[in-house]
Design a protein around this ligand. Structure first.
Ligand SMILES: O=C(O)CCC(=O)C(=O)O
Ligand SMILES: [Fe+2]
Length: 328
């Protein structure tokens, strides 16, 4: 039963593509997509036994969100999937303060691409996914697998890079509570929105809390920047897909540039320091022979052209889409 103060998430048939795109995707409004994955072979094939029998020996990364927050994927502890599933299926846990592990996002498709045959990566109610156009060297995984049980959950968070997130249920049931990015002032990372006291605090500050449940075949559409807290009602298997449409690409691109720019400016700062040293030592007159061999002048001119072009493209974009806000 939803809390009397929360708002029930809207729910539509995933086959209603036009309605989804117009009312929810374009307006960045969360919704439950009924039947999103109902025809995926995963619904018939994937189960605790399937993963235990086929991939039981594989070591999978586990999260401890309460004690370790969101660790880098490569730093997460790993345990054999067989051991994890046995634990997830256990009903009684001895009273202990130790946090239980959560398989909160296994990037399965790199090791086991055959699993992709069991799901539909095109997400039919979404337009082209621009995430797939990224060069492979930028490794943002478009999909991951989440196996949960009643005692583990994802505390309140937003997903990185302002992507569309689609969480499709393969087995079991999950519940989510969500808060709009326009009410960010009322929430904080890591909160438990299923705790009545926290709910009251958030509502008292004037924010709305949306709530919904999904079971096998259904999906949550979580728009960019939306806060979400997801709990497992029992044993669950779910697939998360990340999606970037053309409208969201500019902000996504800016987020990615945010990774490259600090590195670039570190390199440039060093270059400037070296030139200042040279200048002080009055050794600027004769460039070393290696500059000629390495085509220094030509590469530098290319670099200047690249920067000018980039600056022009960004300015044009700002001027055409945000004319009131750009200051030239
Ligand atoms: O199911 C979960 O625990 C987390 C899901 C989630 O955060 C997402 O799909 O973005
Ligand atoms: Fe998330």
């Amino acid at each position: 039963m939803p809390n009397k103060n929360t708002i029930l998430l809207e729910s539509i048939e995933a086959s209603n593509v036009a309605l989804f795109q117009k009312k929810y995707l374009m307006n960045e409004k969360p919704v439950i997509l009924k039947g999103m994955g109902k025809d995926w072979p995963a619904i018939r094939r994937w189960s605790a036994d399937f993963f235990r029998n086929t991939y039981g020996h594989v070591k999978v990364p586990v999260c401890y969100y309460k004690t370790k927050q969101q660790e880098l994927y490569k730093n997460q502890a790993k345990i054999p999937l067989r051991e994890y599933i046995n634990l997830a299926e256990k009903n009684n846990f001895p009273d202990s303060n130790a946090e239980l592990p959560y398989l909160g996002g296994w990037i399965y498709h790199k090791e086991f691409p055959e699993l992709l045959d069991d799901i539909d990566m095109t997400l039919p109610c979404f337009p082209d996914n621009w995430l797939y156009k990224l060069p492979p060297s930028i490794s943002i995984s478009p999909t991951n697998l989440i196996i949960g049980y009643q005692h583990v959950s994802s505390p309140l968070h937003t997903d990185s890079f302002f992507v569309n997130s689609v969480l499709t249920m393969i087995a079991g049931e999950k519940k989510a509570r969500m808060v709009s990015p326009s009410h960010t002032f009322a929430v904080s990372n890591g909160q438990d929105l299923f705790n009545p006291e926290t709910v009251n605090e958030v509502l008292d500050q004037g924010a709305d809390i949306f709530e919904g449940a999904i079971s096998a075949g259904d999906a949550f559409y979580i728009p960019p920047g939306w806060w979400h807290n997801v709990i497992n009602c029992g044993f669950t298997i779910a697939v998360q897909n990340l999606h970037v449409d053309i409208y969201k690409f500019p902000l996504f691109e800016q987020q990615l540039r945010g990774f490259a720019l600090p590195l670039l400016s570190k390199i440039e700062d060093l270059g400037r320091d070296a030139r200042e040293e040279l200048f002080k030592a009055e050794k600027t007159l004769t460039p070393p022979i290696s500059h000629q061999i390495g085509g220094f002048i030509e590469h530098e001119k290319n670099y200047i052209r690249f920067l000018n072009k980039s600056a022009k493209k960004s300015e044009d974009y700002l001027n055409s889409y945000y004319p009131k806000h750009s200051n030239n």
